[in-house]
Design a protein around this ligand. Structure first.
Ligand SMILES: *[C@@H]1O[C@H](CO)[C@@H](O)[C@H](O)[C@H]1NC(C)=O
Ligand SMILES: *[C@@H]1O[C@H](CO)[C@@H](O)[C@H](O)[C@H]1NC(C)=O
Ligand SMILES: *[C@@H]1O[C@H](CO)[C@@H](O)[C@H](O)[C@H]1NC(C)=O
Length: 690
C-alpha cells in the first residue's frame, strides 16, 4: 500500500476539511455531513390518505438491499466495467443479506418527504381541525434528494396541503408505487464528481439519506468514481471490498448514527435508546462501549471486557476502527488489499448492538491482528514491542505481512501514530502467486508462504528477512515447510529451525498458518452477464447527427484536423465498441458532423453481443466526463426523437467546456436559433446515404 503522501483541502459547502490523501481513503464522514437526512414525520395526522408501511413486528428476515441504477449513468463505463460493477453490487448485496436480517415491513418501500421543505407553513393552533397539517405549499419545492441524486416521485410518499377548517385538502400529491421487496434502497451513481476529482484514491463513497421510525437507514447512495474503475489496477475484488465497506457505513456504522443506536435486548418488542455508545478512554481514545462489542473485543485481546477503539486520526468522530488495533478489518480507514481484509467479529458485534439488525453468527469473520495480545496491545507507547510479531522496528526492513501470504515492507502511515507494520509489498511480494522463474532458492506458489529466514546454500552471511517457501498443513497451527531442493521439514510454531542442506535459520510463525482462513485468493472471475441494454431505445438508422461545442479559443481550422478523430475515440471508448465501427462526415463550420455506425471488413465482431448501435444509444443524454485540452464534458443529445420520419434519429454531441458558462449559454442560444435549419440539413445528408 502506498503511504499517505499529502494533505489536501476539500471544499464542501464552504467548509474546509483537511483530508489525508491515503491510498484508499474513505470519504464517508465528509459526505455524510453534506447529506440531508429525512426521517418519518413523528405524528401522522388522522384521516390521512398517505399509505404507511405496516409497523407490526414480523420475524427477522434477510436484509434486502436493492441497488437502483440511475438510468444511463453506467454509459460512463465500458460494458465490461459496467458488468463488473453490477456483479460487485450483486455479490455485496448477497453478503449483506447473508449477514444481516431485519423485521421486514409489509408492502413496497416508500421514502419520506421533508415537511420542512414542501410546506411553507403549518396550522399551529391546537383548536383547529387541521392542526399540525401543512397549510401552504412551498413553491420552490422540487422533490427530495439523496445526496445529489434526485429521488423519483414514484419512490416517495405523497403529501397534502389543507385549508384552515375544511375536511378536504386543497392539494394532494399522491404517493408513488414504491419499491418492492426492499429493506434498503441504494441509489447507484457513476459520476466523476468533485469529490472524486479531489481525491485521487477514492473508488467510491456512500451515505444514507433516509431513516425509518426506529432510526435504521432505509435509503442511501453510493457514488462510483468512473476513472478509478477504469484504471485496471482496481480489480473486481477491490471494487467489491470498497463497495462492502461503504455500504456498511450507510447501513449504520457511521459516527453520525452512533447516538441513534438502540437497545432491543429486552424481551418483547420494545427497544430503548442507548445511553452512550462512545466514550473517551483515559488516553483520549474514543471507543465504542456497547455490550457485544466490548465482549468480542475482550475475547479477541484475551482481556475481559474492553471498548473497541475508533480511529483517532479522523476528527471529530470517526466511522472507522483504529488502524493500530484492528488491521485487516473491513472497517479500518485505510484498507489493505482485498485478500488481506476480512469481516471481523467486532464489526459484526457492532451491527448487533445497533439494535436494528439480527446478525448471522455463523458467517465467516476473523481478526488475527492482535489476537490474545492483551489490553495494552497497539498503543503508541507499546507498539515498539516487536515480540508479539505484529509491529516491526526498522523502516524499510523487508519481512512478512502478519498473515504470511505476502512479504512486507516495514512502514507507517498517517493512521498508525508512528507505529510501524509490515505492509504488503506493492509489487512482487505475493508468495502465493505462481512464478516459474525465481532468482533465489525461494518458491512462489499457491502453497507458499512468507517466512523470516536467512537460509542460504552459500557460505556467506545473510540477514534475516521475508522469503517465500512452500508449506503444507498437518493440523491447525501445525505444518511443514519445503525449501528449493529440500525435504518436507517439520516447522513447530514459534520456533527457529534449521533446514538440511542449508546454512542459516527459519522462523515458524505461531498462530498464523493452517488456521483455515489463510487461503490465497481465488483468481478473479467476473461473471459475464449481458448489461442492461435492452431497456434502451433502438436506433434503426445509421445516420446520427453529432453537434460539438468546444473551447472558446479553439481555432476551427485546427479543430477540423483532430477534433472529429478525438471525439470518435471518446465515443468508441465510452460505448465500449471498437473505433473502427464509427465513421464521420467532415466537420461542418458549426462544429457538427454526421456519425455513422457500420461494420467494415476489417472490424472484428462486437465482443459483448449487444449491437454497436445500442451501445451508442446508451450515450444519449448522459454527460461523459473526459479530460482533454479541448473539452472536458461530452453530452450526446437526441434532438428530434419525434421527427416525422421516425426511421432516423438525430443525435447531437455537445462537447462542453469547464467554467465558460457564459460562452456555453451563448452557444445554446445560437444552437436553438439554428435548430430548424439543421433538421432539414440532416435529412438531406441522411437521404444521401445508401
Ligand atoms: C448464515 O451464514 C451462513 C454461512 O455463510 C449461511 O450458510 C446461512 O445461510 C446464513 N443464514 C442466513 C439466515 O442468512
Ligand atoms: C519500502 O518502503 C519504503 C518507504 O517506506 C520505500 O522507500 C521502499 O522503496 C520500499 N521498499 C520496497 C522493496 O518496496
Ligand atoms: C542467520 O541469522 C542468525 C541470527 O541473526 C545468525 O546467527 C546466523 O549467523 C545467520 N546465518 C547465516 C548463514 O547468515
Amino acid at each position: 500500500m502506498k503511504q499517505c503522501l499529502t494533505m489536501v483541502v476539500i471544499r464542501t459547502f464552504g467548509l474546509f476539511f483537511m483530508v489525508k490523501l491515503c491510498s484508499l481513503v474513505c470519504l464517508h464522514d465528509y459526505v455524510q455531513q453534506d447529506t440531508h437526512v429525512v426521517s418519518p414525520p413523528a405524528v401522522i395526522p388522522h384521516k390521512t390518505r398517505i399509505f404507511r408501511r405496516s409497523t407490526t413486528w414480523a420475524p427477522q428476515m434477510p436484509l434486502r438491499v436493492t441497488p437502483w441504477y440511475l438510468p444511463g449513468e453506467t454509459a460512463l463505463l465500458t460494458p465490461s466495467q459496467s458488468t463488473q460493477l453490477h456483479s460487485a453490487m450483486r455479490e455485496v448485496t448477497k453478503i449483506i443479506s447473508n449477514m444481516l436480517s431485519v423485521h421486514r415491513s409489509e408492502g413496497p418501500l416508500l421514502l419520506n418527504r421533508d415537511m420542512n421543505k414542501y410546506c411553507r407553513s403549518v396550522w399551529g393552533d391546537p383548536s383547529l381541525p387541521n392542526y399540525k397539517r401543512c397549510g401552504s405549499r412551498d413553491n420552490s419545492y422540487h422533490g427530495e434528494r439523496c445526496l445529489d441524486v434526485v429521488i423519483p416521485d414514484s419512490h416517495l410518499y405523497g403529501y397534502e396541503v389543507w385549508p384552515m377548517n375544511g375536511i378536504e385538502p386543497d392539494h394532494v400529491t399522491p404517493s408513488g408505487t414504491g419499491v418492492l421487496d426492499t429493506d434498503f434502497l441504494l441509489y447507484v451513481r457513476v459520476a466523476q464528481t468533485e469529490k472524486c476529482a479531489l481525491q485521487p484514491s477514492v473508488i467510491a463513497y456512500a451515505a444514507y439519506c433516509q431513516l425509518d421510525h426506529s432510526g435504521r437507514p432505509i435509503a442511501g447512495v453510493i457514488v462510483f468514481c468512473p476513472k478509478r474503475l477504469k484504471d485496471g489496477i482496481y480489480q473486481h475484488q477491490h471494487v467489491m471490498q470498497v463497495c462492502l465497506h461503504e455500504i456498511l457505513h450507510a447501513l449504520g456504522f457511521s459516527s453520525s448514527l452512533f447516538e441513534r443506536w438502540i437497545d432491543c435486548s429486552f424481551s418483547g418488542h420494545m427497544c430503548s435508546s442507548r445511553s452512550r455508545v462512545t466514550n473517551t478512554d483515559e488516553r483520549g481514545q474514543l471507543r465504542i462501549y456497547t455490550p457485544n462489542v466490548m465482549q468480542r473485543m475482550g475475547e479477541h485481546l484475551g482481556a475481559g471486557s474492553v471498548g473497541a477503539p475508533l480511529e483517532n486520526q479522523e476528527s471529530p468522530a470517526s466511522s472507522h476502527w483504529e488502524s493500530r488495533i484492528m488491521q485487516g478489518s473491513i472497517l479500518t480507514a485505510s484498507l489493505s488489499p482485498p485478500h488481506l481484509t476480512f469481516l471481523d467479529p467486532i464489526t459484526l458485534a457492532a451491527f448487533q448492538d445497533m439494535g436494528w439488525y439480527g446478525v448471522n453468527t455463523s458467517i465467516h469473520s476473523h481478526l488475527v491482528w492482535g489476537k490474545g495480545a492483551g489490553v495494552y496491545f497497539g498503543l503508541p507507547s507499546t507498539c515498539q514491542d516487536k515480540l508479539a510479531g505484529f509491529f516491526c522496528g526498522e523502516e524499510g526492513e523487508i519481512g512478512c505481512h502478519y498473515l504470511h501470504l505476502d512479504k512486507g515492507n516495514c512502514s507507517t502511515d498517517a493512521y498508525l501514530d508512528g507505529c510501524r507494520i509490515y505492509k504488503p509489498l506493492i509489487q512482487g511480494g505475493e508468495c502465493w502467486l505462481l512464478q516459474e522463474h525465481h532468482v533465489s532458492d525461494e518458491i512462489y506458489h499457491p502453497q507458499s508462504r512468507c517466512f523470516f529466514s536467512n537460509l542460504t546454500k552459500e557460505m556467506k552471511h545473510e540477514k534475516v528477512k521475508g522469503r517465500c517457501y512452500l508449506h503444507r498443513c498437518v493440523a491447525p497451527n501445525i505444518f511443514q515447510i519445503k525449501v528449493q531442493g529440500s525435504e518436507w521439514t517439520d516447522c513447530p510454531a514459534g520456533e527457529w529451525i534449521e533446514v538440511k542442506g542449508y546454512e542459516g535459520i527459519l522462523l515458524c510463525p505461531n498462530g498464523r498458518l493452517c488456521l483455515g482462513f489463510d487461503q490465497p485468493p481465488a483468481p478473479t472471475t467476473v461473471p459475464t452477464t449481458t448489461p442492461i441494454y435492452s431497456t434502451f431505445p433502438q436506433i434503426t438508422s445509421p445516420g446520427l447527427r453529432v453537434q460539438l461545442t468546444t473551447m472558446q479559443n479553439l481555432n476551427w481550422n485546427t479543430a477540423k484536423k483532430f477534433l472529429t478523430e478525438e471525439v470518435l475515440a471518446v465515443i468508441a471508448q465510452h460505448a465500449g465498441i471498437q473505433r473502427c465501427f464509427l465513421h464521420a462526415s467532415t466537420l461542418d463550420k458549426d462544429l457538427s458532423f454526421v456519425l455513422m455506425v457500420g461494420k467494415p471488413n476489417n472490424c472484428h465482431p462486437h465482443p459483448t453481443g449487444s449491437s454497436p448501435h445500442s451501445s451508442i444509444v446508451n450515450l444519449i443524454d448522459n454527460p461523459i466526463t473526459y479530460e482533454s485540452p479541448h473539452f472536458s464534458t461530452v453530452t450526446i443529445r437526441l434532438l428530434s426523437p419525434g421527427s416525422q420520419n421516425s426511421i432516423f434519429s438525430e443525435v447531437s454531441l455537445i462537447v462542453g467546456c469547464v467554467g465558460v458558462i457564459l460562452f456555453c449559454t451563448m452557444i445554446l442560444v445560437i444552437c436553438w436559433c439554428k435548430h430548424r435549419a439543421r433538421v432539414s440539413q440532416v435529412r438531406d445528408i441522411y437521404h444521401a446515404q445508401p
